[in-house]
Design a protein around this ligand. Structure first.
Ligand SMILES: *Cc1c(COP(=O)(O)O)cnc(C)c1O
Length: 393
C-alpha cells in the first residue's frame, strides 16, 4: 500500500490535513451557514430550462470571460449597495469565493510574499495562503472580536504584508467592521486589501459595505458569494468587485474556461430570481436576533452577529456540548475560540429543535457549567490565539 509519505509531495504540504467540516446526514444541519430555504418549484423549473438551453452547445467552450454573468452580478451589487455604480468590467467571477481567494493569492502572493489576517476568522484564508506558497501572519482580533483601527494599522506597518484579509461580517464571530477600520488599513497597507463580505446581505441596517470605498482605492478587493444569503451554495459561484486593473491581474492566473457554461447559466437564472432567493433573508435576520436574545437569557455569552450564524459559549468542554447536540440530531460547528460554538440560523422549526437540544444537552452535561454559570451578555474571549487550529466554513 502506497501512503502519502511514499510520494514526492511538496515538503510544505507534509503533515497537513485536508479541509474537513463534517458532512453528516442529520435531521438538523446548522453547521455550514447555508440558507435553509431551497429554491421554489417554479425556480427549479427555470433552472432546469436554463441548463436545457445550454445543453445543446456543450460541445463548445463557455464564454471565457463570463461577460453576461458579470454584468448581472454588477447590477445585483447596485441594488445591494445603491450608488456604487459598478459595471461588469469591475466584477470578476469564479467557482465559489474560495477560488476567487485562490486567484488573488496566485496573482499577488507566492514565494517570499506575506498575507496578514486577524483571527479568529475564516480558516480558508490561511489555508489557501499556505498552499499558494505565501507566508501567513495572524495579527489576531481584539478580545471582543472587533478590530481597533490603531492596532490593525500597527500590525500592517510591522509586517508590511502583500495582502491583508479583513472579513466583515466576520466568520465565525459574526462581527461587522466599521468603515473606519477598513479605511485605516487601506491607508497603511503597502499591498492589496481584501474585504471578504460573504455574509454582507445579512448585515444589520446601517452597517455599510466596503463596496462604497472602491472609488479611489485601486488596491481594494471586495469578495462576495452566492453560497450564503443567495441560497445557491451548490452552484459554486463567488465573485469580487475591484478596479479593472485587478481583474487584468487575475486574468493572468485563472484557468481558461474556469466557469462552466452550466454554472454561468444557472447563476444568471438565480440572479434573475434574486428577489425570491433573497426573500428569506429578512426572516433569517429576525430569527438570528431572537436566537441571540434567547442564548443570552440562557446565561450564555453571545457575540453580536451581522451574519446568519451566532457564536456562543463559553463551555470548558465544548466537545461534550457539540456531541450532546449531535446525539439529538442537531449538527453545529466546533470552531473558533476554544470554548465557543457556532450555530447557523435555520428555519423556525430548525431553531426550535436546536433550543430544545441545547437545553437537554446542557442539563445532561453539567460539566459545561450549566445555565447561569457564565457572565451574560459579555463578549470577552480571554483567548487571542484561538481559531488557528479549527476550520470554519
Ligand atoms: C462560506 C465562506 C466563503 C466561501 O464561500 P464559497 O462557497 O466558496 O463562495 C468565503 N468567505 C467566508 C468568510 C465564508 O464564510
Amino acid at each position: 500500500m502506497t501512503s502519502l509519505n511514499d510520494l514526492p509531495l511538496r515538503d510544505d504540504l507534509r503533515g497537513r490535513e485536508p479541509y474537513g467540516a463534517p458532512q453528516l446526514a442529520v435531521p438538523y444541519a446548522l453547521n455550514t451557514n447555508e440558507n435553509p430555504y431551497p429554491p421554489s418549484e417554479a425556480l427549479v423549473k427555470a433552472l432546469g430550462e436554463a441548463v436545457m438551453d445550454v445543453a445543446g452547445s456543450l460541445n463548445r467552450y463557455p464564454d471565457r470571460d463570463a461577460v453576461a454573468l458579470r454584468e448581472d452580478l454588477a447590477a445585483f451589487l447596485d441594488t445591494d449597495t445603491p450608488g456604487v455604480g459598478l459595471t461588469g468590467a469591475r466584477v470578476w467571477a469564479a467557482n465559489g469565493s474560495n477560488e476567487i481567494i485562490q486567484q488573488i493569492l496566485q496573482a499577488f502572493g507566492g514565494a517570499g510574499r506575506t498575507a496578514l489576517g486577524f483571527e479568529p476568522s475564516y480558516s480558508m484564508h490561511p489555508i489557501i495562503t499556505a498552499v499558494s506558497g505565501t507566508r501567513w501572519v495572524d495579527a489576531s482580533r481584539d478580545e471582543d472580536f472587533g478590530l481597533e483601527p490603531e492596532r490593525a494599522v500597527a500590525a500592517v506597518e510591522e509586517h508590511r504584508p502583500d495582502i491583508v484579509f479583513l472579513t466583515s461580517p466576520n466568520n465565525p464571530t459574526g462581527t461587522a467592521l466599521p468603515l473606519a477600520a477598513i479605511e485605516a488599513v487601506l491607508a497603511a497597507a503597502p499591498g492589496m486589501v481584501v474585504v471578504d463580505e460573504a455574509y454582507a446581505e445579512f448585515r444589520r441596517a446601517g452597517t455599510p459595505s466596503a463596496l462604497t470605498l472602491l472609488d479611489g482605492h485601486p488596491r481594494l478587493i471586495v469578495t462576495r458569494t452566492m453560497s450564503k444569503a443567495f441560497a445557491m451554495a451548490g452552484t459554486r459561484l463567488g465573485y469580487l468587485a475591484a478596479d479593472p486593473a485587478v481583474i487584468d491581474a487575475l486574468l493572468l492566473v485563472r484557468l481558461p474556461y474556469h466557469l462552466s457554461a452550466v454554472t454561468q447559466a444557472v447563476a444568471r437564472t438565480a440572479l434573475a430570481h434574486g428577489e425570491e432567493l433573497l426573500g428569506g433573508v429578512e426572516a433569517l435576520r429576525r430569527e438570528r436576533d431572537d436566537l441571540v436574545a434567547w442564548l443570552r437569557a440562557e446565561g450564555l455569552r453571545v457575540a453580536d452577529s451581522d451574519a446568519n450564524f451566532v457564536l456562543f459559549g463559553t463551555f470548558p468542554d465544548r466537545r461534550r456540548v457539540w456531541e450532546g447536540l449531535l446525539e439529538r440530531g442537531v449538527l453545529i460547528r466546533e470552531v473558533g475560540p476554544p470554548e465557543w460554538l457556532r450555530v447557523s440560523v435555520g428555519t423556525p422549526a430548525e431553531m426550535a429543535a436546536f433550543r430544545t437540544a441545547l437545553r437537554q444537552a446542557r442539563a445532561a452535561a453539567p460539566a459545561d457549567g450549566g445555565p447561569g454559570n457564565s457572565d451574560a451578555n459579555t463578549r470577552n474571549t480571554g483567548n487571542s490565539d484561538a481559531g488557528n487550529s479549527e476550520e470554519s466554513l
